[in-house]
Design a protein around this ligand. Structure first.
Ligand code: FA5
Length: 356
């Protein structure tokens, strides 16, 4: 073995080290190995040059070169095994990241506005008594909002509900009561309907007054309906919504479309009846005005008042939601304040909102 051959072998070892260190994949390693050990590689050329040595040196030189080739082959095999193992580990780690048995990321769920929650609840309660839900337009005519409800033009009762008049002579309904005559005309007696919806009033806002709020109209017409039926239904609504007896008071109330008419107030749930800004320090909140349908209204709806009687109520849905969920200021409910939003499973828990 000549000195230059010894140098070449050392070079081959160094080259193998460099190629192994540089290879980042099993494939790259294979290509480097075949380059180094192949015919055109350092070792291949060395083997080919043995024939030029004196005869007695050829055997020992061939042995030397083959030993080097074997050592280098083993080093490549070890490096390949190491890379394959690392790849397996990565694959296992990757599989763990996608473990289908792990719970997925929490996606925020939509939730129900307190007014909607109370509305649904009352719809469920009254559906059990045979009431059906109807709707009416938010843009109304003077006829259905006032005239048909026994409130003629120039009647002082029109001042009770400051009105947003539209340029076409129509108006934004000031209450859900127009749905009464619309339902009478459409369905005829006997009937049991409720009409939840938005109403609008041109008034100054405070803790318990909004310009846009929700009411839920109720109307029951049949032969022999009396105040006893009215009071039974009012009590049922409140005891089911609050799941306990709530303190109420019934007092005479004037609405041209009912006779007799009542105001049903409930003890303020925010202060427990001691007086606060929500109840204007009175301890009571007007929530459920009601009464026996006036004969003129029945006539306007095409119903004979001698054959049929009925009761109607105009529940202040937004105020009821405030009482149920402890919302201290009505403006919180219209503001998009997320503290006002409850999840269905929290429907009976308080959502206390104070105006900042
Ligand atoms: C009426 O609107 C009548 N249509 C109710 C009615 C129907 C009486 C059928 C008899 C028979 P009132 O204006 O009082 O009545 O309003 C009814 C309820 O709506 C009130 O008791 C109150 O709870 C609620 N309410 C009235 N004004 C506002 C307001 N600005 N903001 C929030 N809630 C209000």
């Amino acid at each position: 073995m000549t000195q230059s051959m010894t140098d070449e072998l050392k070079l081959a070892h160094d080259e193998a080290d460099a190629l192994i260190a540089a290879a980042t994949s099993v494939d790259a390693l294979r290509q480097a190995e075949s380059r180094l050990l192949g015919k055109q590689g350092t070792l291949g050329k060395l083997l080919a040059s043995i024939g030029q040595l004196p005869k007695e040196q050829r055997g020992p030189a061939g042995k030397e070169i083959n030993l080097a080739k074997q050592a280098i082959t083993e080093r490549f095999a070890a490096a390949r095994a190491k890379l394959e193992h690392a790849g397996d580990q990565q694959a296992v780690a990757g599989a763990q990241a996608y473990d289908p048995t792990l719970p997925g990321p929490v996606v925020p769920r939509g939730s129900v506005h307190p007014v909607t929650a109370v509305q649904w609840e009352i719809e469920d309660i009254l559906a059990r008594l045979g009431f059906v839900v109807v709707s009416g337009p938010e843009m109304e005519t003077d006829y259905y909002n006032f005239e048909a409800l026994n409130i003629p033009a120039m009647h002082p009762a029109r001042d009770m509900q400051d009105t947003f008049w539209l340029t076409n002579g129509w108006l934004l309904r000031t209450h859900t009561s127009p749905c009464q005559v619309r339902a009478m005309e459409r369905l005829g007696p006997p009937l049991r309907v409720i009409a939840p919806g938005r109403v609008f009033r041109y008034e100054t806002e405070d803790a318990s007054h909004a310009h846009t709020f929700h009411q839920l109209e109720g109307l029951m017409i049949d032969r022999g309906i009396s105040i006893a039926n009215l009071i039974a239904v009012m009590k049922l609504i409140l005891s089911e919504v609050f799941r306990r007896e709530v303190k109420i008071r019934l007092r005479p109330g004037f609405f041209p479309f009912v006779e007799p008419g009542f105001e049903l107030d409930m003890s303020c749930e925010i202060c427990g009846g001691t007086g606060c800004p929500t109840c204007k320090r009175s301890g009571w909140v007007e929530i459920l005005p009601c009464g026996m349908v006036h004969p003129n209204v029945l006539r306007a709806g095409g119903i004979d008042p001698h054959a049929y009687t009925g009761f109607a109520f105009g529940l202040g849905l937004t105020r009821l939601a405030m009482m149920k969920y402890g919302v201290q200021d009505i403006r919180g409910l219209n503001s998009g304040d997320l503290r006002a939003i409850i999840r269905p499973e929290q429907r009976h828990g308080p959502a206390i909102i104070e105006k900042n």
